[in-house]
Design a protein around this ligand. Sequence first.
Ligand code: HEC
Ligand code: HEC
Ligand code: HEC
Ligand code: HEC
Ligand code: HEC
Length: 232
Amino acid sequence: MKIAAIKILAAFSVFVAFTLSAQAAQKPTNDDCLACHGDSTFSKEVNGKPVSLYVSSEKFNSSIHGSTFACVDCHSDIKSSMHEATPAKVKCSQCHADEQTVYDRSLHAKAIAAGNTSAAACIDCHGSPHELLPASDPKSKVNHTNIPATCGACHGLKFVMQTGGLTTQPFVAYQESVHGRAVAVGIMRSAVCPAFMVKPSLMETGRRRCARTVTAFMESSRETTRIRRCRA
Ligand code: HEC
Ligand code: HEC
Ligand code: HEC
Ligand code: HEC
Ligand code: HEC
């Protein structure tokens, strides 16, 4: 009798240990993370300033990354829902090595390496990795119609451009051009590359070409590049 009870107890504790370890091995779900990070007021202080730790589940679920990945696919160092240490920074280059290589050759990357933190990093042009939309979506920061506003958020501000010894003149000239006005009223086929980035002859070609030209321009050095006014 006593022995049978011990046997049952032993079997039961093996069972408990088994289920517990199965649970520990289970990946934390998005809901586990959002229990804390889904609160829109959730933030921490860095150098006395609040930094948001909020992730909108709605925007995440409809984003290009959210439709493919769970939180812990990218934040893969987190093994249990309540992480003790600060999770490691996820790098875009883990998955976008090609874009990282192109970016590293750009004037923005070189400016950041030289100490100008006002120059654009991935997130400045693409927005949060938790909210990113396909470029074809009219709400994407790099959708054809939004590129002028995305670049203009810095290139239209005098104090930002002064950090690189530049002016807002090229951006202003672009906005005043026929293309700038056409984009403003949402004419999709209008050339979108700001006038200071491309040869006017290339501005009539498609969006892809345009994006490639942006890259080519940004890889070229300041010395070999002439600021060109749009002559459309
Ligand atoms: C119990 C609340 C809680 C849960 C659950 C939680 N976190 Fe956090 N998280 C925090 C707190 C508090 C911080 C800020 C403290 C710190 O940086 O260590 C933080 C920081 C982070 C950071 C770093 C932010 C930075 O500044 O670099 C990431 C990334 C993160 N959490 C992701 C996750 C993911 C993914 C999950 C789900 C697997 C998760 N967290 C679950 C409370 C939580
Ligand atoms: C496609 C990969 C990816 C997925 C999926 C992802 N993250 Fe992130 N997350 C990142 C990157 C990259 C950063 C760093 C952003 C930066 O450099 O500012 C980040 C930063 C964070 C931060 C720091 C604050 C911030 O917004 O910069 C928190 C908190 C966080 N993630 C939580 C989550 C939670 C919760 C989920 C799931 C709902 C999630 N992440 C899903 C890539 C991802
Ligand atoms: C875990 C891998 C992973 C990480 C980390 C990651 N991405 Fe992605 N990203 C993807 C995948 C997969 C797609 C979808 C690819 C496709 O459909 O072409 C994608 C799509 C994109 C797109 C394309 C949207 C479009 O127009 O089609 C952009 C832009 C993007 N990611 C930027 C970033 C940035 C910026 C970061 C860092 C802040 C980042 N990604 C981090 C995997 C990742
Ligand atoms: C100066 C602004 C800017 C910066 C900085 C930037 N991008 Fe982009 N990115 C763009 C534009 C513009 C496009 C083209 C969108 C289109 O297809 O029309 C693009 C396209 C992409 C695409 C989609 C490629 C495709 O074939 O559709 C990915 C992925 C991407 N970028 C990732 C990154 C990553 C990762 C970084 C940082 C290493 C980065 N970007 C930095 C502006 C930028
Ligand atoms: C986060 C702010 C920011 C955003 C967004 C931004 N830029 Fe810049 N950009 C800068 C700064 C700052 C410099 C000057 C860097 C330096 O040389 O120190 C610069 C420099 C440049 C240069 C080099 C100009 C020269 O003569 O040296 C080009 C070209 C450029 N940006 C194009 C773009 C395009 C195209 C976009 C949008 C797709 C864009 N930038 C978005 C901040 C930004």
